[in-house]
Design a protein around this ligand. Structure first.
Ligand code: NIG
Ligand code: FE
Length: 450
């Protein structure tokens, strides 16, 4: 009896399996260059390198990127003269631009009510810190959250996360930080996990118990620091409820020494670290982040020359959140160009939260980054994909279309990546693929047909 050699459907001449081929891609931004050291985030002139291919196709197998190239050459390379294997599903991109799914490395997406009352108060002249001192700000979201159930928080978060996915975010970081107490912080992290699963979005969780001193410990901050270090973080680690720990490091919130204590505790528990650094005042948060080997230092609106020097060529990614400056109506942004020139590894995030930034659209954040911080559209794209994947320690899996990466990618509604920030306020995403599966699509006329 002879055994016939069975060829799997979609098998290519070189032995790998392809189950999806995206064809007719006008501009495929792979953000992968075999000639670069891709084990580190992009800096300086490499920040704007998209490694784009025109007239391309993208081959996906088992949820991962298999290969890409100029369409005819790729089909020949994969299936020889017999041409495209009929077992392979094809998606026609209609000449559009295809980019990796966006990675949003800083959000506070679990919360109760929205805070448009504070938005109006700021427009009328009060500052973020004045509103916080009068019982608004983070404290008002804490009070609100503590009146809600875990299921309520999940139900509020799922539509927000779906909205992010529709705007192209396939991996999101979500922080706790409106609980400020063992049970509430754990509840927020569990709610983040359940909501992301239900919405079908990739998740990295961060414990931000050090977002603020809760009202009940205002007279004894040492006690709350002990609770964070001795109760909250050990439970978060034991129950694997977060991958990393964050601290709001500001003279008026947690000091440098307190931040260091919390992040040292996190590192002892094998949790990653990140810092809300130099947001409201220049304080040395970026320098601390670099010294502790943190994954990222975020905000950096007020970073000074010493901070920039610390993050230059550091493993710590500089995450900028221009939507916060825009929403708060501040008069200046983080010095992005100076930071790029110095060699900081820049990434962008939304900071989506009910107070300082209700924007959840990465395309809109890119638009603000381009006009207000002078990033080029290509730099904004790399800062929304490959570099934030490093900030989340996820670059082995997401953030580019390198072979073997998770097949998270977007089909846009134009043939040029520059159309994304150029059309600020428009959702340019026509289809979202996560792990090689289409999770969202909307029909719209490609812009290049106009
Ligand atoms: O990143 N800076 C601290 N935390 C948030 C604001 C949170 C809030 O106002 O609720 C931020 O801007
Ligand atoms: Fe934040």
């Amino acid at each position: 009896m002879s055994h016939k050699h069975r060829v799997s459907p979609g098998a290519t001449d070189r032995g790998d399996v392809v189950d999806l081929l995206v064809t007719n891609i006008g501009e495929l931004c792979t953000i992968h260059d075999p000639d670069l050291d891709e084990s580190v985030p992009r800096r300086r002139e490499d920040l704007g390198a998209l490694n784009a291919i025109a007239g391309a196709a993208l081959a996906v197998g088992d949820g991962k990127v298999v290969a890409w190239g100029e369409e005819e050459a790729l089909v020949r390379e994969l299936w020889g003269e017999t041409g495209l294997n009929p077992a392979v599903e094809t998606v026609d991109a209609g000449g559009a631009c295809v980019v990796p799914g966006y990675v949003d490395p800083h959000t506070h997406a679990i919360f109760g009510r929205t805070r448009q009352d504070e938005y109006e108060r700021r427009i009328r002249g009060e500052s973020y810190l004045e509103i916080a001192a009068a019982g608004g700000g983070i404290q008002s979201s804490v009070k609100d959250l503590r009146q809600r159930s875990e299921q309520e928080l999940v139900d509020l978060a799922v539509p927000r996360l779906r909205e992010m996915l529709r705007h192209g975010t396939t991996t999101v970081e979500i922080k706790s930080g409106y609980g400020l107490d063992l049970d509430w912080e754990l509840m927020m992290l569990r709610a983040a996990g359940a909501a992301a699963r239900e919405a079908g979005i990739g998740l990295v969780r961060t414990c931000l118990a050090a977002h603020e001193i809760p009202p009940e410990y205002r007279g004894d901050r040492e006690k709350y620091l002990d609770i964070i270090c001795r109760e909250i973080l050990p439970r978060v680690a034991a129950e694997q409820l977060a991958d990393r720990v964050d601290v709001f490091c500001e003279p008026s919130v947690f000091t440098l020494a307190e931040s260091e204590r919390i992040l040292a505790e996190a590192s002892g528990l094998a949790l990653g670290g990140t810092i809300h650094a130099d947001e409201l005042e220049p304080y040395g948060g970026a320098i601390l982040a670099d010294r502790l080997g943190a994954e990222s230092a975020d905000h950096l609106i007020e970073i000074d020359d010493a901070g920039i020097a610390a993050l230059a060529d550091s493993r710590t990614v500089a995450v900028l959140l221009p939507g916060t400056v825009f929403t708060l109506g501040l008069d200046h942004y983080a010095p992005a160009r100076k930071m790029i020139d110095a060699g900081c590894a820049l990434a962008l995030a939304t900071d989506f939260n009910p107070g300082s930034c209700p924007i959840l659209s990465v395309p809109l954040i890119q638009a603000i980054a381009c006009t207000q911080m002078r990033l080029t559209p290509a730099e904004a794209l790399v800062a929304s994909t490959r570099n934030p994947a490093f900030a989340l320690d996820m670059a082995h899996a997401v953030g580019s279309l390198a072979p073997h990466q998770t097949a998270d990618f977007l089909i846009l509604d134009g043939d040029d990546h520059r159309l994304v920030p150029y059309r600020a306020g428009h959702n340019p995403v026509r289809a979202v693929f996560s792990g090689g599966k289409k999770v969202f699509s909307q029909s719209s006329r490609p812009l290049n047909d106009v």
